[in-house]
Design a binder for this molecule. Structure first.
Ligand SMILES: Cc1cc2nc3c(=O)[nH]c(=O)nc-3n(C[C@H](O)[C@H](O)[C@H](O)COP(=O)(O)OP(=O)(O)OC[C@H]3O[C@@H](n4cnc5c(N)ncnc54)[C@H](O)[C@@H]3O)c2cc1C
Length: 450
């Protein structure tokens, strides 16, 4: 049975997250955005409320919440501040590879520390010279006895400046592409780890972004999340489970932009009437509303697939692509409804517009999502309809030739232009497109039907 309703526990989780977002995140985020600083106290509060680390499995002492729960929490926090949502969820992104890996000793060890000692963990695949092409990474993990020595740089790392632990993807051989990549859990305090200064950004200024540099950092065998050769697939599996949450950030931001626009349109007068009375504005609001609802459905579907144990890769790409592009469109239109005021820093639209701009870039750009989807559609998608050269005859043409006005004993289809020829054999050339007889395929009677 299909069911779109949330459980009582999920309703309660959403209500609590909304309350936290409205009363604690919203009032603080403007100030911290101006200062280009992460409001660390909000991350601590999110941890206390169970909105950070909520998805640590029960067997490792966590709450064991799922991706749909993450989606519910994230929509609410992002509705107040996308930057705070990014930083709150970043622990889950950081430990998702740990959650998916087979190294039980590592899981027990670090999930306990993350939970009990309040540690932050970030996720690092991107480098100064590459982001989209994960297989092209250069950061090197050189085997050294049982250990690995890390050398290289990671860039754009969310929470990089505050994280105690880092999930670092690195390769034993940059020439080996995805076959050389492994994943390693690195501690900031280890010798040779250097954290760069905060990278100044257009938006999401409430989230910290920094580069990480590794110089002969010794990673013990215990801290190998994925051995070389398994890291690339692990990174992709991670994205399949975290992309729905980026979609949820986008739904949250778009939803609040829509709500602000509705409020403004009802109050602002132009030509002697509220803006909301003009059909052009009503249609903009209708578009925003349907886009937010559509995006949420896709996000929930992808999250449901992940929680149900299906491979969510394709749904996650669709959800991320549609929701993040929706957020850009909706926030932009909402700002338009505000007119000049939308462009000022006195109203929330300009911050939202700056914040949502990142969504189509991190965790796989929109172009990368399209590559994932095109690859699937062209190579793996199983069609329901027959191939074109097996296209059934049109109605009226598939009559038994004895009864048919055509009176012929066979039907031949030109594979170039689709023309149907009736007769005992194919014509010497197609009378429509002039392709030779070899272009014709017998479509009636089909093989075995004679
Ligand atoms: C604020 C912020 C936070 C981030 N946080 C993290 C983090 O926590 N961890 C992490 O590892 N990374 C993080 N990133 C990095 C992010 O994932 C990358 O920026 C993103 O994947 C794009 O990589 P790039 O910037 O190197 O762009 P490039 O890969 O150089 O791409 C540049 C442009 O070309 C397009 N493009 C590239 N290849 C193709 C192609 N084959 N066909 C068509 N178009 C193509 C891209 O879509 C993009 O538009 C963050 C980035 C930002 C800005």
């Amino acid at each position: 049975m299909m069911n779109f309703s949330l459980s009582a526990a999920q309703e309660e989780l959403r209500t609590r997250a909304r309350e936290f977002a409205r009363t604690e995140v919203l009032p603080a985020s403007w100030h911290y955005d101006e200062r280009d600083e992460i409001p660390l106290f909000l991350l601590e509060r999110a941890r206390e409320e169970g909105f950070l680390n909520h998805d640590i499995p029960v067997e490792y002492g966590g709450l064991g919440l799922g991706i749909l729960d993450s989606v519910l929490i994230s929509e609410e926090i992002a509705a107040a501040c996308p930057g705070v949502a990014t930083s709150v969820f970043d622990n889950s992104l950081g430990f998702e590879p740990l959650l998916l890996c087979r190294n039980e000793a590592l899981k027990k060890d670090y999930f306990r520390r993350i939970r009990e000692e309040g540690k932050y963990i970030c996720f690092a695949t991107s480098e100064p010279t590459m982001g989209s092409n994960v297989a092209g990474m250069r950061c090197q993990a050189k085997p050294d006895g049982d250990d690995f020595l890390l050398n290289g740089t990671k860039f754009w790392i969310t929470n990089g400046g505050i994280a105690d632990y880092m999930t670092v993807f690195a390769t034993v051989d940059p020439q080996a592409g995805h076959k050389g990549i492994g994943a390693f859990l690195v501690e900031k305090s280890w010798e040779g780890v250097e954290v760069g200064e905060h990278i100044p950004k257009l938006g999401q200024r409430c989230s910290n972004t920094a580069g990480l540099h590794f110089r002969n950092v010794r990673v013990p065998r215990h801290n190998v999340i994925a051995p070389p050769g398994e890291g690339f697939a692990l990174a992709m599996k991670t994205f399949a489970r975290t992309r729905p949450v980026i979609g949820a950030f986008a739904v949250g931001a778009a939803r609040s932009a829509m709500e602000y626009a509705i409020d403004y349109a009802k109050k602002r007068q132009a030509f002697g009437a509220p803006l909301a009375n003009f059909q052009a504005i009503q249609f903009k609001i209708a578009e925003m509303y349907q886009k937010v609802e559509t995006a949420r459905l896709l996000v929930w579907k992808a999250a449901w697939e992940a929680d149900a144990g299906h491979d969510p890769t394709i749904s996650a790409s669709i959800a991320k692509m549609v929701a993040t592009e929706t957020a850009m469109e909706v926030v932009n239109e909402a700002l338009q409804i505000f007119g000049g005021y939308g462009y000022t820093r006195m109203f929330p639209l300009e911050k939202l517009l700056r914040d949502v701009r990142l969504f189509t870039i991190y965790e796989g750009t929109s172009e990368i999502q399209r590559m994932v989807l095109a690859g699937h559609a062209l190579e793996k998608y199983v069609p329901a309809m027959p191939a074109l050269d097996q296209f059934p005859l049109m109605r009226g043409m598939d009559l038994n030739p004895k009864d048919s006005t055509q009176g012929s004993s066979g039907a031949w289809r030109c594979r170039m232009c689709g023309h149907i020829h009736y007769g005992d054999e194919a014509p010497a050339q197609c009378p429509l497109c002039f392709f030779p007889q070899t272009a014709f395929k017998r479509v009636w009677p089909a093989d075995g039907e004679e």
